[in-house]
Design a protein. Sequence first.
Lengths: 197, 197
Amino acid sequence: MLFMGRQRIRDIRHDELITATITAVHKRGYAAVTMTEIAQEVGTTAASINYYFGTKENLMEATMLRLLNLLKTAMLERYATAQTPRDRLIAVLDANFDDRFYTVAHCNFWMQFWASAPYTDSLARLHRINRARVTSHFRAELRSLVPHERREALREALQCYMDGVWLEAAQSTAPLNAAHAREEARYVAGLLLKNSD
Amino acid sequence: MLFMGRQRIRDIRHDELITATITAVHKRGYAAVTMTEIAQEVGTTAASINYYFGTKENLMEATMLRLLNLLKTAMLERYATAQTPRDRLIAVLDANFDDRFYTVAHCNFWMQFWASAPYTDSLARLHRINRARVTSHFRAELRSLVPHERREALREALQCYMDGVWLEAAQSTAPLNAAHAREEARYVAGLLLKNSD
DNA sequence: AAAACTTGAATGATCATTTAAAAAACTATT
DNA sequence: AATAGTTTTTTAAATGATCATTCAAGTTTT
């Protein structure tokens, strides 16, 4: 309890501020949002954010880390019950359109992060790592599903499709329908794989 | 000649500065790039940009307009010689991966513009107009190629795929291979349409 | 000579970040 | 369970840096 007590406020603030960052970036844009605006989302001050995160860049990094972990969790959950290679491919697709993850605010933050990642070392690193992870999952699952010559082309097509869906989701004015996105993704994957051999 | 002369320098600067904007945004990022950096790309000063474009926002808008026009031109050229609906669909796809258009710097500017468009009225307008145009082209060509029930799903899939390819291209460190991108796009479109009925 | 163009030096606004001092939460002791 | 001491948290105000934009005085072109 002693230790827990020490950590509690810090953890609460950490979560609050990351949530506030996603909301504020969605409202005002990654480039335009100020520390004060983020702070106001949860009724605190910019100085407080610096107390907990040090810099704006760290805050953005921590926010992106939360999204990456959300994606990873969604993926591992589905992986745990997948039996066949096809199941596992669908697990990867579905994870990307998980209810908890596939929201306008999340896709929007992701898109804006993506656009500015190349210009900030710490963000570029996160981006690279995640990209490599998704790619290797796709490669592994496609190995036993499509012939060797077409594998990379199909993997790229699938990844581009998914990125494109997020991009569109990021601009949406209405709430997203994650279940529908999963169906569409399966349909598209089905078409791409059906004739690939 | 008088009139031409009057316009010449203005036109040259206009072109130079738009090119400089694309390069500088690629180097430094849409959010981080300064007027001075853009000016330095062509050895002039920030004040000069303001003389010609008034504001940074106008400059960005003009830059995006050039890309939009490049895309439109590439499309119309190919449309002119397309005979069948299938030809016209391929024309739309190929235009998006035209040699003049599909470069890292262009895709990068496009991506960054895309991410920040929702937060600036004039840019949002451009974005909306372009999006509507591409969508209506796809709808028109798919009308006679795929059954009614699947048309929207396939159109969305194709558009998302193309957006995703741009997104990846924007991050590339090597020069792009536009011809290869066109081939891939045809291959993907082929798979999507083949089994859709 | 007039118009168009250029630029170095202000201007003024906006921000992230730091500081210092106060408030709150927690711990240990009695 | 009250209290004094310690650490953690909060914030208003200062700091300092960065920029887009404007200005005014030049230069070049027509």
